[in-house]
Design a protein around this ligand. Structure first.
Ligand code: ZN
Length: 158
């Protein structure tokens, strides 16, 4: 496993539409391991492949509340309700923003074991799913934010 370099805003790779994964090879599984390691090292709750320069439809998530997932070719097939979330992104360090997200989403994805699953997520986990899956279409949360601001220095690291 290896910690990869996280791409920051301004890097074109964050704006690319990612390609679906056709086959779960050893290389894909290694990539997923690296994505988890990179996410934990940066103390994030989610990471999408384009954030480390890979234009494949893969995201990893850990909401620190039992919701740990590696999702291949994830798709939101149903969204219900509304919530306002306060979000940050490892590719937009030092900033935060408010985004209106669904309260509940149903996501279809392939897991690293090769099987397809349907996951229902709500609350914070639904926010992370939406945020990470947006990355796969080249969308950043700031594009949708109602408020986008620099985190005041006094609050940084809290
Ligand atoms: Zn992000």
């Amino acid at each position: 496993m290896a910690v990869r370099n996280i791409r920051k805003e301004g890097d074109e790779v964050l704006r690319v539409k990612c390609k679906p994964v056709k086959e779960i090879t050893d290389g894909v599984l290694r990539l997923i391991d690296d994505m988890f390691e990179t996410m934990y090292e940066a103390d994030g709750v989610g990471l999408a492949a384009p954030q480390i320069g890979i234009v494949k439809q893969i995201v990893v998530i850990d909401d620190r509340d039992g919701g740990e997932f590696a999702l291949i070719n994830p798709k939101i097939i149903k969204a219900e309700g509304e919530q306002e979330s306060c979000e940050g992104c490892l590719s937009l360090p030092g900033y935060r923003g408010n985004v209106i997200r669904p309260e509940k989403v149903t996501v279809e994805a392939t897991f690293p074991d090769g099987n397809e699953y349907t996951i229902e997520a709500e609350g914070f986990l639904a926010v992370i799913m939406c945020h990470e899956i947006d990355h796969l279409s080249g969308v950043l949360y700031k594009d949708k934010a109602t408020v986008y601001e620099r985190i005041p220095a006094t609050e940084e690291g809290e």
